[in-house]
Write a protein that binds this ligand. Structure first.
Ligand code: NDP
Length: 241
């Protein structure tokens, strides 16, 4: 058996219509999984790139949106990738922006994991991969709810790993560095900020969505069965510096 294969597994990837989520879905399909690509909008492009798979519309502005998803069919792998960011100085930050980010990035992630676990624990196996951030470890600036939510993702990943590891569930997270997606278009368009970021990355390049996709495959495959509660930096060395 190839320990890196996802053959025979069903994987649900949230926020799979673009960016990192799309790359994760495609990498998992290439590794042999049947992928359910989930988004608020359609996932047509992702389905075309995968050449297989299915779509499921979920909107995590309702944190309980995925409550019933795992009861109706066996899903072996859950990737919580959907996420948003809102920017303003801490002194001006609005309650609406706080709530929207925390609901989407943290509350929906937790209750989706809970729904998955309720179905997977009786089977005694399952893999959860949560998408965290550099801002699970650093403070950042002008992104208070994002930083709080991503610190929360790292903490919850460890808590869920503690509670569920002995019962066959692997819960881990990936902390991406600066990745070329829509999320970072504005940063990359600013020559000074873009150059400053690049200068601080030991690997000498921005991350590509595929860098996260391959890591997600690893954390979903048998090869990572003894990894529990890890928050794996995939950042070209940013945090090592
Ligand atoms: P994008 O903005 O390109 O994609 C975000 C995805 O999340 C989209 O598919 C979007 O779907 C989905 N999403 C947002 N809100 C909701 C919602 N309410 N319900 C369902 N889906 C939703 O971002 P990235 O690909 O860059 O980011 C993906 C993840 O990686 C996020 O969690 C982000 O925080 C994290 N990350 C990204 C980094 C980067 O440098 N790019 C660095 C560190 C972490 P839709 O378009 O339908 O709204």
């Amino acid at each position: 058996m190839n320990p890196f294969s996802l053959e025979g597994k069903v994987a649900l990837v949230t926020g799979a219509n673009t960016g990192i989520g799309q790359a994760i879905a495609v990498a998992m399909a290439q590794a042999g999984a049947e992928v359910i690509a989930s988004g608020r909008r359609d996932c047509d492009e992702t389905l075309a790139l995968m050449g297989s798979g299915r779509e499921l519309r979920l909107d995590f502005s309702d944190p309980m949106a995925a409550r019933d998803v795992f009861a109706s069919e066996q899903i072996d792998i859950l990737v919580n990738n959907a996420g948003i960011i809102r920017r303003a100085d801490a002194v001006d930050f609005s309650e609406a922006d706080w709530d929207e980010v925390m609901d989407t990035n943290l509350k929906a992630l937790f209750f989706t994991c809970q729904a998955f676990a309720r179905a997977a624990l009786p089977r005694g196996r399952g893999k959860i991969v949560n998408i965290a951030s550099l801002l699970s470890f650093q403070g950042g600036i002008r992104v208070p709810s994002y930083t709080a939510s991503k610190h929360g993702v790292a903490g919850l990943t460890k808590l869920m790993a503690n509670e569920w590891a002995a019962r066959g569930l692997n819960v881990n997270a990936i902390a991406p560095g600066y990745i070329e997606t829509n999320n970072t278009t504005a940063l990359r368009a600013d020559p000074d900020r873009s150059a400053a970021i690049l200068d601080r990355i030991p690997a000498g390049r921005w991350g590509r969505p595929e860098d996260i996709g391959q890591t997600a495959v690893f954390l979903s495959a048998p090869a990572s069965d003894y990894i529990n509660g890890a928050v794996l930096n995939v950042d070209g060395g940013w945090l090592a510096r």
